[in-house]
Each structure stands twice: as structure tokens, then as C-alpha cells.
Design a protein around this ligand. Sequence first.
Ligand code: ADP
Ligand code: MG
Length: 228
Amino acid sequence: MTPLVEARSLGKVFPMGGGPVHALRDISVEIAAGEYLAIRGPSGCGKSTLLHILGCVDTPSAGTLLFDGREVGSLSDEARSDLRLRSIGFVFQRFFLLPMLTAAENVDVPQAEAGVPKAERRRRTAALLEYVGLAHRADHRPSQLSGGEAQRVAVARALANRPRLLLADEPTGELDRANGEHIAELLDRVQADGTAVVVVTHDAALAERAARRLLMRDGRIESEERGR
Ligand code: ADP
Ligand code: MG
């Protein structure tokens, strides 16, 4: 079967004043549809850079990325934006909700961008807020939510266009243990419901929930573990 994502020998160099930074070196990884992958490694080893490339928000300096068998580098900017909007969801450490919008409006935005009709958007937003346990917070703005609630809204937003891949960059990094556990359970459910999940995390308990774990060091994949 075609993997959902196939990265072949990805490299990423940031040209900087003090000399080029080799953030990724020769990264090859396949992610199957519906798989749960965790990525760990010390700060600065390239985890976020890799996630951005897998999520098609950044481009590699070397190598090839295939999404569902299509070479991402050969897509037009428009086709790439469309792929990102419809097939990939992102969750960040600091939530990045739009502060002027309510929880429901934040979940509505990507659907509106994708041209989903209003009545369908309203239904889907209600179902998603219900899914993350926040139906009662629909009209709250981010400043009126706890960190744990804000992150659950961010997960709902990331799922708004029913992506095939959910990427989460240290999603529990700003949360206390109980809220971190909530997010971990939510990611388990997202994966059980059929979405591939890739989570970058320092949290060993969260990484242990993934069926497969990569350890990165200095821009490379140092080792891989399977099994829970
Ligand atoms: P991690 O997420 O594992 O902490 P990153 O992927 O953020 O690591 O960074 C990997 C390396 O690339 C680091 O040395 C970092 O300083 C560098 N880097 C990341 N993003 C940029 C950028 N936009 N410009 C220059 N250097 C960057
Ligand atoms: Mg990072």
C-alpha cells in the first residue's frame, strides 16, 4: 500500500550569517495511513523542522517528500496550500488560537477557507467541540479558556477539515499533568478514529502511547522503537 507520507533523504539547511545550520541530514521515514508515530530528541535536533516539512509548511533543501504518492515538491503553491488545508492538521505547543475569535469561530476558520457551506460548518464545529469535550465553551475566547481547554480547541480546529494526518509539536509542553493526560487521551482517540498522528514530545508518557517512536539527534534519526 502507498504510505500516507514518504520522506526520502530529506535535508534542511538554514543559511545563516555565522555559517549554514544543517537542521536535517538524510532523513528517510514512511508514515502509514492511520499510524501513530512519536518523535523525541534533545532541543535543537531538528524535530520541529522535520514536522514543518512533513506538514508542507516548509520545504526541504534536499530529498523528496511524497504525500499519498504525490511528490509535494512538484505541486504548485496553490495545490500545496490546498493539500495543507484539507489533508493536514497542526497543533502547536502554544495553541495559536486567534485571540479575537471564540472557540467555535476558531474551529470555523479552516472550514470557511476550504469552502465548506455555512450550515455544514456549524454542524461540524458543534460536533468537533463536543468531540473534545468543550461544547459548553463554544462562545469563549481563548483568554477565557484554561490552557488545557485552549489546546483541546486547537485539536478541534486541526481536525476541522478531516485531515488524514495530524501533526502535534510538543502539544503538552505548556500544560500541567492532568491537562497533558487529557490531550494524550484525545490524540489516542483521534488515531483510533483513523487519522495518522505524529507527535513531537519531550513527555515520555505521551511518546509511550505511540506504536512507533523515533529518536533524533543532530538532524538525523538515531534509532527507532516499536511496540507500546
Ligand atoms: P527542535 O524542534 O528539535 O528543538 P528545530 O527543528 O527547531 O529543533 O531546530 C533545529 C536546528 O535548526 C537548530 O539548530 C535551530 O537553531 C535551527 N533552526 C530552526 N529553524 C530555523 C530557522 N528558521 N532559521 C535558522 N535556523 C533554524
Ligand atoms: Mg521544536
